[in-house]
Design a binder for this molecule. Sequence first.
Ligand SMILES: O=C(O)/C=C/c1cccc(O)c1
Length: 516
Amino acid sequence: MTGSAAHPVVVLGAGPAGVVAALLLSQQGVPVLVLDRWSSVYPQPRAVHLDDEVYRLLGRLGLAGAFAAISRPALGLRALSADHRVLAEFSRSEATGVHGYPQASMFDQPDLEAALRADLQQRPEVTFRGDVEITGLSTSPGGSVRVELQDRLTGVEEHVTAEYVLGCDGANSLVRQVLGIGVRDLGFAQRWLVVDVATTAEMDAWEGVHQVCDPRRAGTYMRIGTTRYRWEFQLLAGESAADYTDLARLRTLIDPWAAHVADEELTVLRTAEYEFRAQVAEQWRSGRVFLLGDAAHLTPPFIGQGMGAGLRDAANLSWKLAGVLRGELPGDVLDTYQAERKPHATAMVRLAIGLGRAMTDGGRLGDLLRELVAPRLQLLPGVRARVLDSATPRLSAGPLVRRSLRSGPLPGRLCPNALVDGQRRLDEVAPDQFLLVSRQPFTGQQRDTVERRGAVPLQVRAGEPLERWLRRGRAGAVVVRPDGTVLAADRTVAAVLPHLPSFRVPATTRPALRVG
Ligand SMILES: O=C(O)/C=C/c1cccc(O)c1
């Protein structure tokens, strides 16, 4: 490995963001080297929720079936008063939503990581190496990136060179520190107790996320598997996780849900203290090095969007990087990674902070406000989109999200992964490719142009889901990017065609799609 030709991409950190980035790049034919401190998956439970936009991404990797096997659809989110009355409910569809999957899914992170790693091992384009400590990063003469590392088993020091490096090395990212990139604190820090419990007993509770809005001690409850439950409670001043290691003490917190379950039936898998923080890196790119996942953003978990944000980073960057490496896209499209992802991630972190504050702030006056405001939450635009419609914000305008007077609201939004011929969904019709979706027929010449550029022309007929979506979005035709985002919208094929780049994913690397 040492001294050999530069790797096209080296991923530092094999957590979910790093592994998904490697899988997506490999799917586009890009060889990737993944380095991690450990050789196996970190076994402790952490993230527990993904939405359907991110489930769809797993589907594009051919992993929908694997995720379905380890996850459990959830009914949504309820805000409860201190005495557990329902103040507001945001329902999620357990059935197939617009992206083809349940809108909210619960799981145990090590299970998902094991599935991702297993897939990584199957990909000839990916080399994984564990037990490696990254010790430094610098720019080589000629522009590539030199990564200094030490084998943790032998102590031998080595280096590799890379055309691009993805820093997916977590909240305390060494990559971010070496690059001298600061983080912006969004002003939220609370200490919470996280409790994971296994039991075959039923809690007999509503099967969604319960957010108990209690300024004396806010709490969260959710079922994450057939025999797995998660509670989170705000820690009071002077308290620590050590105060809750014995079950009797823990019962004072979990008994509103678990009073009917005998001690012998409850196995406490762990109690841990977390500081829930809200931070966004000032810069997400420095030259040929990018930050993804927790290295770029940290969120309180109140809307369950922490891990998903890292997977969205991977989806946003991977096809652009592959296009640049193949010489099909200009290098400056890589600037759109930060321009698109940073505002999106920041908006989601702010939404989580908002919910956290609504759960905990204001004492008795807060209680009164919660009673008044919670049932009307859907009237707030950001809350409406995310919490009610289960959609995330649209991406900011730029070279790969074109807004104009005629474009309407669709550019920057995800195109639904709708059924297109009664059987196949959009992502199966055009895996990792650009699409031109139109309500009107294509001329022969337009069809040729689209296909010569490696894209898929798709005419949708009156009454089909995508035809209705186009109509609602005041568009006759749209260009859809390989990550599912609408690049451009206008009235006609002729008007959107100039926005379609040439982008040819090697056909052999496209996955045989398995739908869950
Ligand atoms: O909005 C949803 O459907 C789920 C929210 C969620 C998931 C996991 C943990 C949370 O505190 C909230």
